[in-house]
Design a protein around this ligand. Structure first.
Ligand SMILES: Cc1cc2nc3c(=O)[nH]c(=O)nc-3n(C[C@H](O)[C@H](O)[C@H](O)COP(=O)(O)OP(=O)(O)OC[C@H]3O[C@@H](n4cnc5c(N)ncnc54)[C@H](O)[C@@H]3O)c2cc1C
Length: 393
């Protein structure tokens, strides 16, 4: 959607196909990073965006055992917004869609599921999609697979995937929120349990990290035991854990970390999770996906507008974005394997690891995780293109 907006703004005719009828999927995280807010500023729509309901997270905090620790401090970021905005992703996507629709070159087709690539002479030339009104075929100079971690586009394109494994999965559930509860994002770590709570105003979107394949064990222990565990970990939830009345209220999300060797082939490019599925660790996948979109627009817009797109342009997008992706994925894998896996296996009292202790003792170090989460590596900036570019105030 972001790439569609940026290209349409630069005068390129774009069709975005989304297989669902709306964006009400609640499994993609709610973090709008300072770097994304910077992009919105560069596009001249930041103030309008921030009028939408959101929470502002200025520090990364977490509870380890009985201690509350500050792990990151966004106040020193070199960005206009020194906070992560928490907003349900459907609100963000609806905002992006409404901005993109202002361009006559942009079209969004909902309930259009890409099922085939149209190829001839070794080149992708469009897609086939199913819609409630039947099958449609769309010809295109470029097809961009931005269809997430189970990408159909990359599968149809036969691109080679390297899978790095993930020792964790996530259970995803909602518990109502009282006005007296704390605000923002709460991470809880205790003996054998990692539980993250995202403030969505009237309810908590909760993520329980479990060992991969551990769901059968959790089911075998029973729902009352599961609720009891959450209640003792987060006492202020009290009787609200009873809202988890059956296992249907608790969804299993599989975590995948992988990356394509080549993100492109003639006429086709993958970006975001379709090119590199991100773990939820650190909450940075949305940032990377948006940064990919900005980089792709910067590199490709003029070439597409003039009909001079070459395969090397697509390779340039991968060259630009591969290093940040590799580094962040490496960091996620280290945290998953060395920290989360051990934390989940641990049965005694939990103590904060040395790295977390250092962050308490030397607050200046908290700028490092804040930078990695808030901005990432090699931040992208919107190039001044498009006839209606609005100069940010
Ligand atoms: C449990 C969990 C929690 C996470 N929490 C966070 C977080 O807090 N912060 C963060 O930054 N990252 C988080 N992530 C990672 C983040 O969700 C992804 O990195 C990010 O959503 C990738 O964006 P994307 O646009 O590439 O793909 P997606 O967000 O997956 O979007 C892909 C879109 O393509 C559509 N689509 C799929 N197939 C087709 C098709 N055939 N035809 C048409 N449309 C199709 C889908 O419906 C979807 O709308 C989390 C991941 C998990 C698993």
């Amino acid at each position: 959607m972001m790439l569609g907006w940026l290209l349409a703004r630069a005068g390129v005719t774009v069709v975005v196909l989304e297989k669902h009828r709306d964006f009400l999927r609640d499994f993609r995280g709610d973090t709008i990073h300072p770097s994304t807010l910077e992009v919105l500023h560069e596009l001249g729509v930041l103030d309008e965006f921030l009028k939408r309901p959101h929470r502002e997270i200025r520090e990364i905090t977490g509870r380890v055992g009985r201690e509350t620790l500050t792990l990151g401090d966004f106040s020193h970021l070199p960005t206009r917004c020194k906070f992560v905005a928490l907003m349900p992703q459907w609100d963000f996507l609806n905002f992006v869609a409404s901005q993109a629709r202002a361009h006559s070159t942009f079209r969004l087709v909902m309930q259009a599921e890409v099922t085939e690539l149209r190829e001839s002479n070794g080149r992708v030339r469009g897609v086939v999609a199913t819609t409630p009104d039947g099958t449609i075929a769309i010809d295109a100079d470029l097809v961009v697979g931005a269809d997430g971690r189970h990408s159909d586009v990359r599968a149809k394109a036969g691109l080679v995937i390297e899978n790095f494994g993930a020792p964790i999965d996530v259970l995803w559930m909602r518990i109502s929120r009282n006005a007296a509860d704390p605000e923002g994002l709460i991470g809880n770590l205790d003996a054998g349990i990692v539980f993250v709570m995202i403030d969505r105003n009237d309810y908590w979107q909760c993520a329980l990290v479990i060992p991969k394949g551990g769901i059968d064990d959790i089911h075998a222990r029973g729902l009352p035991a599961f609720r009891g565990r959450l209640r003792s970990l987060v006492p202020f939830l009290g009787g609200r854990v009873e809202e988890l009345h059956d296992w249907n209220a608790i969804k299993l999300l599989t975590v995948v970390v992988d990356r394509l060797r080549r993100w492109h082939k003639p006429g086709l490019l993958c970006i975001g999770d379709a090119a590199h599925a991100m773990s939820p660790v650190g909450g940075v996948g949305i940032n990377l996906a948006i940064q990919d979109a900005v980089a792709a627009a910067n590199i490709l817009a003029a070439r597409l507008a003039s009909g001079r797109l070459s395969d090397d342009d697509l390779a340039r997008v991968q060259r630009r974005r591969e290093l940040p992706t590799r580094l962040i994925q490496r960091g996620q894998l280290v945290i998953q394997d060395r920290f989360l896996r051990r934390a989940l296996e641990h049965r005694g009292a939990v103590k904060a690891p040395v790295a977390m202790r250092l962050l308490q003792r030397f607050p200046v170090l908290r700028r490092i995780p804040a930078r990695l989460v808030g901005v990432g590596i090699r931040p992208e900036h919107v190039r001044l293109q498009g006839s209606d570019f609005r100069v940010p105030s």
